[in-house]
Design a protein around this ligand. Structure first.
Ligand SMILES: NCc1[nH]cc(CCC(=O)O)c1CC(=O)O
Length: 304
């Protein structure tokens, strides 16, 4: 175990927390490591909603380049930010045990949902699900890392803003005033951390394999299969959650129209040993139930 494993990370507080967690676990297994923060365009381009930037892997691009250049050996990502197709030569080396998957609404006092509320989110998935449930509300875009978004909420007259609970808890900024949105289907792989390595780097891959959680790896695999089969390369309002309960995988997946008015959902259970290809099967069910036409409509309006 002579080689030092260089761990690439974005330099936001959340990314650093996640990378340090991986670092600590590798060191607990006896490896020598070094943290290498890399500036990512994801934090820099804030003037447009992400889907308008038309970039796949906006959060992951810089770290991919650093790995391909040999500046770092492995990279740590929030798995939900990672495109379903990894760059050539880069492979999934570990999925860590999952934290909370839920979205939450951080607000400034008990909101009255019967009123015309304004809810801040930069995510098409959260926007569509919110408007589906509360058609008389408005949503507004919000950008920046978790700390920036909490600050913007503080300074605004919005009713609240939507966050992934896991992200706020990790960096210890979960406010008192929040509500768990247990009805909202999370983003595929929300709450999971992914470590990637170079395909040819047997040493790093073997080290990372020790951190892998098989159940989280299986559940996120199914969710990402669902996303990949539906999406065909564009950011759409898609939610997916797979959970292992008593030896079976329960899956909930959903596709919304951008305005939230149309919802196509699938709910299926499969035994854990038959779970390969399950995400694809669930996506095909959505596509056959009107999803094909809806995806076409979403893609053409996002292009405008
Ligand atoms: N897109 C940003 C992002 N990527 C990962 C997390 C939080 C951690 C996670 O969901 O795994 C967040 C913040 C958020 O969605 O509020």
């Amino acid at each position: 175990m002579s080689k030092t494993i260089r761990i690439g990370t974005r330099d936001s507080e959340l990314a650093l927390w996640q990378a340090k967690t991986v670092q600590k676990q590798l060191e607990d297994h006896g490896y020598t490591t070094e943290l290498v923060p890399v500036k990512s365009t994801g934090d820099l381009i804030l003037d447009k909603p992400l889907y308008e930037l038309g970039i796949t892997g906006i959060f992951t691009k810089t770290l991919d380049v650093a790995m391909l250049n040999g500046t770092v050996d492995i990279a740590v990502h929030s798995m939900k930010d990672v495109p379903t197709a990894l760059p050539i030569g880069i492979v999934q080396a570990a999925v860590l045990p999952r934290a909370e998957t839920e979205d939450i609404l951080v607000h400034k006092g008990a909101p009255d949902y019967k009123q015309a509320c304004t809810i801040a989110t930069g995510s098409l998935r959260r926007q569509a699900q919110w408007l589906n449930r509360y058609p008389n509300h408005k949503t507004t875009d919000i950008r920046g890392n978790v700390n920036t978004r909490l600050q913007k909420l503080e300074e605004s007259d919005w009713t609240g803003a939507i966050f992934a609970k896991a992200g706020l808890k990790r960096i210890n900024v979960l406010p008192e005033n929040y509500e768990v949105l247990d009805w909202m289907i999370p983003a595929p792989a929300q709450g999971a951390m992914l470590v990637v390595a170079m395909e040819e780097d047997a040493f790093s891959k073997e080290a990372c394999a020790k951190l892998n959680d098989r159940t989280t790896a299986l559940c996120t695999h199914i969710e990402r299969e669902f996303l990949r089969t539906l999406e065909g390369g564009c950011t759409a309002p898609i939610g997916a959650l797979a959970q292992e309960i008593d030896g079976a995988i329960r899956f909930k997946g959903v596709l919304f129209s951008l305005d939230g008015a149309t919802k196509i959902e699938v709910e299926q259970v499969v035994s854990t040993e038959n779970a390969l290809g399950f995400g694809t099967d669930c996506a095909l069910e959505v596509l056959d139930n009107g999803g094909r036409a809806l995806m076409k409509e979403i893609k053409s309006s996002l292009k405008k």
